[in-house]
Ligand binder design. Structure first.
Ligand SMILES: Nc1ncnc2c1ncn2[C@@H]1O[C@H](COP(=O)(O)OP(=O)(O)OP(=O)(O)O)[C@@H](O)[C@H]1O
Ligand SMILES: [Mg+2]
Length: 375
């Protein structure tokens, strides 16, 4: 069944809109072997964009490898995931894969298991350990393959911020940089959320990845791009969504890609006649808050009382001067030095964003939820 709207997972083809400039830029960088660092808050469309561009640029001379490291907890987890993606995705058939493994990782006996479903991928466990391979050897794997086979490789690493959580993060990052910077046939597209952590990893002078590549900050998709898509998807379902209501959908979620798609879907479900009304939209929005409630409860219940108080102050309209005694007292924020700690923790957990106009809640639906259901 064709879904009218997709949210929560990377989108492709029919559900992918806009991003023309970003596609062009990323495409050129991949084609010319320039390293890219792509940063945005959660669910703004990094994975969708990279997968889209990867599909467009990949050919016999340029192989694109996609690695998701969300579940990697330590350095060797990473090497296993990295090596198995590189081996698997530079081979188009199983025998080619086996040949690659024998040629480039000859000290291992990889375990290959097939999915019971026909035409489904095989999975590989390599079992790389510090005893079998040195980190540098694994980090050099794509370059070795690329040179031997006479093509170029772009390795795209999703959820890269995960490395910042490894116990020995700095050592691992230093190793990566020292190996990768000497590679000529391989380039990297490193992307992830936790904007703050990603910015620290790549933008601080004393950091191993400083100036490793071109940094792209992914923005929101503007309403003009959403409106035709929203109207068209409703039309396919036999319903008429007027342009002003499509605009309102975008406005209600401040153009956050995943929420636009989710709110549009909710609106479609709420619309029982052939014409979408404002009442449908209001009901759909309430449903959006309900659907996100368990997630928001889970996110907020781990906050300290001070951190919650800080959010309460933002919801009440305070966006700067948190250090002033009157504000600290009114919202019970503790000492001035406590404010620094609260801010750091809330940025790290992706609750707040610092903008030139002050501090704001990063997620518009979380903001509304706090306003309507908590404070
Ligand atoms: N170009 C796009 N066109 C239409 N919808 C999009 C686009 N990009 C993102 N979205 C919407 O946002 C959702 C999240 O996209 P995606 O998973 O690519 O984001 P992400 O930044 O990789 O998220 P995460 O930080 O969770 O990894 C998609 O399911 C879709 O609803
Ligand atoms: Mg993603």
């Amino acid at each position: 069944m064709k879904k009218p709207f997709v949210f929560g997972v990377a989108v492709d083809d029919a559900h992918f809109i806009g991003r023309k400039k970003e596609i062009e830029q990323l495409k050129s960088q991949m084609q010319y072997g320039i390293n890219t660092i792509l940063i945005s808050p959660r669910r703004w469309g990094k994975t969708s964009l990279v997968k889209r561009v990867a599909k467009e640029v990949a050919n016999d001379q340029l192989k694109v490898v996609y690695v998701d490291i969300l579940y990697c907890r330590n350095e060797y987890d990473f090497y296993n995931t990295f090596a198995s993606a590189v081996l698997g995705q530079t081979a188009s058939r199983l025998d080619e894969w086996k040949q690659n493994a024998q040629e480039f990782l000859s000290r291992l006996v990889p375990k290959i298991s097939f999915s019971p479903e026909p035409n489904h991928d095989f999975s590989i466990s390599l079992g790389i350990t510090p005893k079998t391979y040195k980190p540098e050897e694994i980090l050099n794997l794509p370059e070795q393959i690329a040179r031997k086979r006479g093509y170029n490789i772009v390795v795209c690493i999703d959820e890269f911020q995960q490395i910042g959580d490894f116990a020995d993060a700095l050592t691992v990052l230093k190793r990566m940089r020292s190996v990768w910077q000497h590679q000529h046939a391989t380039s990297y597209c490193l992307f992830g959320s936790k904007k703050h952590m990603m910015s620290t990893l790549f933008q601080q002078r004393n950091h191993p990845f400083y100036k490793f590549g071109t940094t792209m900050y992914l923005g929101l998709i503007p309403a003009e791009e959403w409106i035709p898509y929203l109207c068209q998807q409703f039309e396919k379902e036999g319903k008429n969504l007027s342009v002003p209501l499509a605009e309102q959908i975008c406005k209600m979620v401040e153009c956050h890609p995943s929420y636009v798609q989710q709110l549009a879907f909710n609106t479609l479900i709420c619309t029982k006649t052939s014409e979408v009304s404002e009442v449908n939209l209001t009901e759909a929005y309430e449903n959006l808050l309900d659907e996100n409630t368990p997630l928001f409860i889970e996110k907020t219940e781990r906050l300290t009382a001070y951190q919650m108080n800080f959010l309460r102050a933002i919801i009440a309209g305070i966006h700067q001067d948190f250090g002033l005694a009157a504000i600290r007292e009114e919202y019970n924020l503790g000492s001035a030095s406590n404010i620094v700690r609260i801010k750091e923790a809330l940025i790290e957990k992706e609750f707040i964003d610092i903008t030139p106009d002050g501090i704001y809640i990063a997620d518009p639906i979380l903001e509304k939820w706090l306003q309507k259901r908590v404070f």
